[in-house]
Design a protein around this ligand. Structure first.
Ligand code: UT7
Length: 312
């Protein structure tokens, strides 16, 4: 059975935080942020919008796009490192709010690679015939674990959500291959401290990402029986435009074939890839039959890549 994405959706909070705003908060400059990261602005959810609210809006969008009703969802997988509460899970909150009464529900913790882990997990349940429809969401309210006095991190992150409804697709479409990986020895480079703040050794994560992203992308594309030049659209984790550009250049694909939502959203951790994917579909950048590669990396350290043929 071929398993793919039947519909995608996303939600970005309205409240915009620009680089000029950050210049007033910490010792930084628009020039430093844009040249070192590619980020021009990011969205920050207001106090009345928590992680589960953003997940809900993205999920509703994806269900509508997929033309699948909430009652037909068998499993909800929410990837997040910023849940409303450690328990109950965001996926359970969502199950209730969506009215997905028959769905099992659990959260997945794999940081920025979490959406990749979620989609691959969903694929296993559908391919084995256990479930028919799986709803996967990547959502983060990173603003609540950001140290707003730390210029090394506070300029990088933003809030948002992306979602996909998974199910059976026609032969030759859907997920062609995947790679998931982890290296716990790198956990010290990106973690949450006892004040609940996100702490990062940017240089170490940068070195890891520049190597891992293109390696994983090449691996899944070759395992699918294709070559780098066959890629129609690349959706890398939106962490830093320099990391994304290094991957794009190693894959030898043109600028217009890579998602760059980082400019307006910053780094949304596990929401980055599904937000960029949903936007690309809505903007007509991804069309039926396109060969797509999604690739992410993050705290753990974790990574994941998926090659898929777009369409139902
Ligand atoms: O999704 C999670 C995964 N995370 C990532 O992928 C992040 C990966 N890392 C990065 O994207 C980059 O390492 C950063 C954007 C975080 C930093 O860029 P960098 O080119 O590696 O800069 P750096 O850490 O080497 O710092 C260079 C200088 C330092 O000053 P000195 O020591 O050279 O005097 C920093 O203190 O830039 C300084 N700096 C800043 N200056 C202005 C650091 N942050 C800022 C800032 N504004 N916001």
């Amino acid at each position: 059975m071929d398993v793919g994405l039947l519909g995608t959706g996303h939600y970005a909070p309205e409240n915009v935080l620009t680089n000029a705003d950050l210049e007033k908060m910490v010792d930084t400059s628009d020039e430093w942020i844009t040249s070192r990261t590619g980020i021009e602005e990011r969205r920050i959810a207001t106090d009345d919008i928590d992680t589960s609210d953003m997940a809900y809006y993205a999920a509703k969008d994806a269900l509508e796009e997929a033309n699948v009703s909430a009652e037909d969802i068998d499993l909800i997988l929410v990837s997040t490192v910023t849940p409303d509460t450690p328990f109950p899970s965001v996926s359970c909150m969502l199950q209730e709010r969506l009215g997905a009464t028959k769905a099992a529900a659990m959260d997945v913790s794999a940081a920025c690679a979490g959406f990749m882990y979620g989609v691959v997990t969903g694929q296993q349940f559908i391919q084995t015939g256990v479930y028919k429809h799986v709803l996967v969401i990547g959502v983060e309210k990173l603003s609540k674990i950001t140290d707003w006095s730390d210029r090394n991190t506070c300029v990088l992150f933003g809030d948002g959500a992306g979602a996909a409804v998974m199910g059976e697709v026609s032969e030759g479409k859907g997920i062609l291959s995947f790679e998931l990986g982890a290296n716990g020895s790198g956990g010290e480079h990106l973690y949450q401290n006892d004040k609940n703040h996100l702490i990062m050794n940017g240089r170490e994560v940068f070195k890891f990402a520049v190597r891992q992203m293109p390696d994983s992308a090449v691996k899944v594309i070759e395992e699918s029986g294709y070559k780098k030049e066959d890629i129609d659209y690349l959706i890398p984790h939106q962490a830093n435009i320099r990391i994304m550009e290094a991957a794009r250049q190693r894959l030898g694909i043109s600028e217009d074939k890579m998602a760059t939502s980082i400019k307006k959203y910053g780094n949304n951790s596990s929401a980055s890839i599904p937000m960029a994917l949903s936007e690309a579909v809505k903007n007509g950048k991804i069309e039926d039959g396109d060969l797509i590669v999604m690739v992410g990396f993050g705290a753990g350290l974790t990574w994941g890549a998926i090659a898929l043929r777009w369409g139902r």
